[in-house]
Design a protein around this ligand. Structure first.
Ligand code: C2O
Ligand code: CU
Length: 505
């Protein structure tokens, strides 16, 4: 396998993790990921999780420690036509890809050289609360000039991301891919690429903070412009106008004029890890001339399903396999939903010498079959759902945008809301009702949830897009104690109040 990523050079030591195996089992939630490595069981019996879900014992630490340093500081950015300076990690856009193995211990030292406080959140990983990186919820923010070391054993495999969780910093370059390989890869493929798809406005010429002020000043004039469309479960979701039309859309930091070229060979199977760290953009992604076999949603395996288009909300990830059987030079487009803009990369078969498609070439496949949540089922290797019924149901009402740029959960903004108290060990259902005209990619920290999607075996995810005026349910086992953020991953909605603390205690 080859990887295009600029991986962090991680030193491997054999210090052994601080977490013992029992702690790791608890972190492994209801067995997610752990089951991919059945061939290296250690002969221990599976234990029983809180809601009766079986937890596989094979997700033990590897004993390897990966030490990395992420220096948060100024980053020079060159889009060709534009040069600017933003904030990022280790001088690059995006930050370096971190790649390790399930069970490795990660020791990541953040050196804060920004003129502001910061933290790093390890999006999607169910790790101990104190390492989760939410300022004033799980840790005091790292002050300018100070360092902080995150130290945890990586409990699951899959495609994740890390990003700043302070203020509007995610809408700068303070993000990167976090790839966790299983001990033994069950998929067979020849090559893989990580594609991090981002919307960009910092320095062109505004800032995220100015954008927030404008949104508040104009008071959500977009409200009511959404296309209601049909809300049947198998209907394509509407393309809502976004809060912000960004001046740039990037793949791995590259604008459409100077795209990344992915070189492949005829006959290969290629894995694409699609990751959306955007501030406020949902993408529809297709590769001209090819279909996409979806193998993972938010890092966790699903029953493979073949489509033309995947739709990626902020904070979501899909892994797809593509069979490279049509020589040529092809557009891989990520259309920014509700706009006519796109981010793109180019897939070039080795030996194909054609010119790349024009930057704005829209693959016909984008009008093809779209992956919808009801098409996703957790892989049979995952022991989900927990065999019990939810013990406690929490209604979650999402609202806002009625003329004011204020976004609420159960009628309260984060600053004035009490935490949602969830008893530890319970099987919880969140019934989310979106009473607004905007889609909200809702993200729960510290746990995977199972999307209730009518299949009886909905996918395990950590982020789900709730459409305008739609309701859906999430089931999860509250087995990771602590104060966990639950919020809309639209950065501007989050900042305008759409966040809560879920206190598992
Ligand atoms: Cu990726 Cu609380 O966020
Ligand atoms: Cu939102």
């Amino acid at each position: 396998m080859e990887s295009d990523g600029t991986s962090v050079q991680a030193s491997s030591g054999s210090t052994g993790g601080k977490l013992n195996r029992r702690a790791l089992l608890r972190l492994a939630g209801f067995g997610t990921g752990a089951l991919l490595i059945g061939s290296c069981r250690h002969g221990t019996e599976p234990s029983r999780g809180a809601a009766g879900a079986r937890v596989d014992a094979s997700a033990s630490p590897t004993g390897a420690t990966r030490e990395i340093t992420l220096e948060a500081g100024l980053v020079p950015i060159d889009f060709g036509a534009q040069r600017l300076t933003s904030w990022g990690y280790n001088g690059t856009l995006p930050g370096p890809e971190i790649r390790l193995k399930q069970g490795d211990r990660l020791r990541a030292t953040v050196r804060n050289r920004l003129p502001a406080e910061t933290t790093i959140h390890w999006h999607g990983l169910p790790i101990p609360n104190s390492m989760d990186g939410v300022p004033n919820v799980t840790q005091p923010a790292i002050k300018a000039g100070e360092d902080f070391t995150y130290d945890f054993t990586v409990p699951v495999s899959g495609s994740y991301l890390y990003h700043s969780h302070a203020g509007l910093q995610l809408d700068r370059a303070l993000y990167g891919a976090l790839i966790v390989e299983p001990r033994q890869e069950p998929l067979s493929y020849d090559r893989e690429f990580t594609l991090v798809i981002d919307d960009w406005l910092d320095g062109l010429p505004g800032t995220p903070e100015e954008t927030m002020r404008q949104l508040v000043a104009q008071g959500d004039t977009m409200a009511g412009m959404g296309d209601m469309g049909a809300m049947g479960s198998m209907a394509a979701p509407p393309e809502s106008p976004p809060d912000v039309v960004y001046p740039r859309y990037l793949i791995n930091g590259r604008p459409a004029e100077t795209p990344l070229e992915l070189t492949v060979k005829q006959g290969e199977r290629v894995r694409l890890r699609l990751i959306n760290p955007s501030g406020a953009t949902i993408y529809r992604i297709a590769l001209a001339g090819h279909r996409l076999q979806v193998t993972h949603a938010d890092g966790q395996p699903v029953e493979p399903v073949e489509v033309d288009v995947v739709r990626l909300g902020m904070g979501e990830r899909y892994d797809v396999l593509v069979t490279m059987n049509r020589s040529g030079v092809w557009q891989l487009a990520a259309a920014a939903e509700g706009t006519s803009q796109l981010a793109r990369a180019v897939v070039r078969y080795q030996g194909s010498v054609g010119a790349p498609p024009p930057p704005d070439a829209v693959p016909g496949e984008l009008r093809g079959q779209l992956l919808l949540y009801p098409m996703l089922k957790a892989a049979p290797t995952l022991q989900a759902p927990p065999p019990t019924q939810p013990e406690q149901v929490f209604p979650v009402k999402l609202a806002g945008g009625g003329g004011q740029y204020v976004w609420t959960i159960n009628d309260a903004v984060f600053a004035s809301a009490d935490p949602i108290a969830v008893p530890r060990g319970r099987h919880i259902r969140f019934t989310i009702q979106n009473m607004s005209m905007m889609p909200h990619p809702m993200h729960l920290h510290g746990h995977f949830f199972q999307l209730v999607n009518g299949t009886g075996r909905g996918p395990l995810k950590d982020t789900v897009v709730v459409e305008p005026m739609q309701s859906l349910s999430l089931d999860w086992v509250a087995d990771n104690p602590g104060r966990w953020a639950f919020h809309c991953h639209n950065l501007y909605h989050q900042d305008a109040g759409m966040m809560r603390v879920v206190n598992v205690g």
